[in-house]
Design a protein. Structure first.
Length: 194
């Protein structure tokens, strides 16, 4: 029985060698069923809809939609969620995750973007050409994703929007906080103004 097994293994190896020789394939990749997904997000800014994908960042046709979130973005024409394209970028990167349970505006978690911010009023990215140069970010700090500390009215149509961040239902920001591994992956965040 052992000889038959060894013979089958040798035939398999020979078959792979002949396949490579006859087809010009230089190497064969072994696909693992445990391959780690690469997560990325896409925001439709005007629609207040955010999509979480797993696959090739920025390529929906090479990715799988994992989850859709209803969100609330910055106030249009006043303190909009910054478009990376207006700073010569294709996307933002989520650089930090932190517990913000002590902050009544962003609890329970805050996920920070790599948006360059100003230390002076207005506190948005600089230079930034939107709102005819009149963007008026009132609050110093960083831009990112955060919760609403249980106040779901901050996600309603009646609420004008955030100071540039992207508000999430608390259970959704908890989900993202637990799912995304910033130490092992670059989490890209794309924004379309639709």
């Amino acid at each position: 029985m052992r000889k038959i097994f060894v013979l089958l293994v040798l035939i398999s190896i020979l078959g792979l060698f002949l396949y490579k020789e006859n087809t010009g394939v230089k190497s064969l990749e072994v696909l693992s069923s445990t391959a780690k997904p690469s997560y990325w997000l896409l925001l439709h800014r005007k629609s207040n809809v955010e999509y979480l994908y797993s696959g090739v960042p920025g390529q929906k046709d090479k990715s799988t939609l994992v989850k859709t979130f209803t969100v609330k973005t910055g106030i249009s024409g006043q303190s909009p969620t910054p478009l990376p394209q207006l700073l010569g970028r294709q996307y933002w990167i989520i650089t930090n995750k932190e517990d913000s349970s002590e902050n009544p505006e962003t609890a329970p978690y805050f996920l920070t973007f790599d948006i360059p911010v100003s230390e002076y009023f207005p506190f948005g990215p600089s230079p930034y050409d939107e709102c005819n140069g009149e963007c008026n970010w009132q609050i110093p700090g960083y831009f990112g994703l955060h919760g609403v500390n249980g106040d779901e009215n901050k996600l309603s149509n009646e609420d004008p929007g955030s100071s540039g961040c992207i508000r999430h239902f608390d259970e959704d920001i908890v989900y993202l906080y637990n799912l995304l591994n910033l130490q092992e992956d670059e989490i890209r965040y794309y924004i379309e103004d639709v």
